[in-house]
Ligand binder design. Sequence first.
Ligand code: ZN
Length: 218
Amino acid sequence: MLETICEVLEDAYKRNWITSRDGNVSIRHHDRDHFYITPSGVRKQTLQPDQFKKISIDKSIHSGYGNAAFNYNWQDLPYTDISKNLKPSGEIPLHFGLQKEMGQHKDDVRVIVHVHPTYCIAAMHAGIDLNTISNAFPELNRYTRVAPNVGDVAPISQELADECHKNLQLDKEGNIAYDIVGIKGHGVVAIDTSPWRAYEHIERLEHICKIVLASGKY
Ligand SMILES: [Zn+2]
């Protein structure tokens, strides 16, 4: 599926949803204690599977009384000669928080796609809450659950990760209540069981944002 992620990012580039070095994607298979994430600072329109970073998910018991609580840490694992000299995406706190426990995807695959789609960002800039507009469009909300917007947070920050997790209603088991969340002045994060499925949430939301902005009524 790493090849598919490369195709998705190439498509996002062609749609102007990212410039060359933007965007990041991670993927985890439920039976593995590691995941793959796109490297930082690499041109996404020419991304290759052997450039991905392999990241461990190290889980240890933090307190055993009553409800066990866990500590989670990650480390860079050896993968390919090319990826050795690359760093994982700066948005790794966002991805790690969502990949450490897989929730409703625990018997499957979890893919997280972060890009900067034009009309989603324009809508948030115009003061539109993406969760609110999704209620008016059945072709969107039948298939895609849109979270309330995350406000102004710095890119590549723990705060961005925390706010996205909070608005997606991420719980300790890794369950989430939404498929996509928008970050004001920045972009969106979508989650599903394959790269194209996650991408479709973005595509649907982008289409509706374009329609809403064209209507001038919001
Ligand atoms: Zn971004």
